[in-house]
Design a protein around this ligand. Structure first.
Ligand code: CA
Ligand code: CA
Length: 230
């Protein structure tokens, strides 16, 4: 991975200033993507880093703009896995679109990296209230936003991780957390990344996912807005 700190245009360290769109691989893909799964006809990683997803039961469906075969649908026992996802990062961001078919009786997972290793990070659909939440179970942190999520509706979700703290945005609105606890250093080390399920617990999403993007840096508010309005 290219060291972004060596590029003063891309990052002025300590000031959180990023100029991304001037730097790409020549195909419009920013070089600071760790992984990019647009789910347009397949679960391949378009970042160039080779983290192709393996589809286990999920089926292609229409996306938020009614394009056919451009998102994945999960019916409760499906998942898409990315093997050997090894990243050691002090800051990262994830952007994705989700859609819930139902309000479930048990937590249903959007993203989980629990399959191997001890670090765990999970984003999931809440059961007791229509909401999404994240947890970093090694440190016992669970955090819930204040955003009411309806079923059968697409939402844009961004999580930004900055040196131990996670900030969440749904549809370009910052989610004031119920709990704001430093979860410490979080690494995706020797782990599989799983979309749409927590496979050990069989907590498979009943809904849809699309356009999952994983960055090795913080997204700016302007970038979050652009992703939401894209
Ligand atoms: Ca898509
Ligand atoms: Ca299935």
């Amino acid at each position: 991975m290219k060291d972004l700190c060596t590029n003063p245009q891309l990052r002025r360290k300590g000031q959180k200033v990023f100029i991304v769109n001037q730097h790409n691989k020549g195909n419009g893909i920013p070089i600071d993507y760790i992984g990019y799964w647009p789910f347009n006809g397949n679960a391949n990683d378009e970042s160039g880093n080779g983290y192709d997803g393996v589809v286990n039961g999920a089926t292609l469906t229409t996306d938020r703009k009614s394009n056919p075969n451009s998102a994945y649908s999960f019916d409760g026992n499906d998942y898409i896995s990315v093997a050997s996802f090894n990243q050691n990062l002090n800051e990262w961001s994830i952007s994705l679109w989700f859609y819930f078919d139902t309000q479930p009786a048990t937590q249903k997972y959007l993203l989980d990296n629990r399959m191997s290793g001890t670090d765990r990070l999970l984003f999931y659909q809440q059961t007791t209230l229509p909401d999404v939440a994240y947890g970093a179970l090694d440190t016992g942190v669970q955090e819930v936003s204040e955003f009411t999520v309806s079923t059968l509706t697409w939402y844009h979700l961004v999580y930004v991780y900055d040196s131990g703290l996670i900030k969440g945005y749904i549809d370009n609105v910052y989610q004031t957390p119920d709990v704001s606890t430093d979860i410490g250093t979080y690494n995706f080390a020797n782990t599989d990344l799983v979309f749409g399920n927590n496979t050990p617990l069989s907590r498979g999403l009943e809904g849809r996912l699309d356009d999952i993007r994983f960055y090795n840096r913080l997204l700016t508010l302007n970038e979050i807005s652009n992703l939401y309005n894209e």
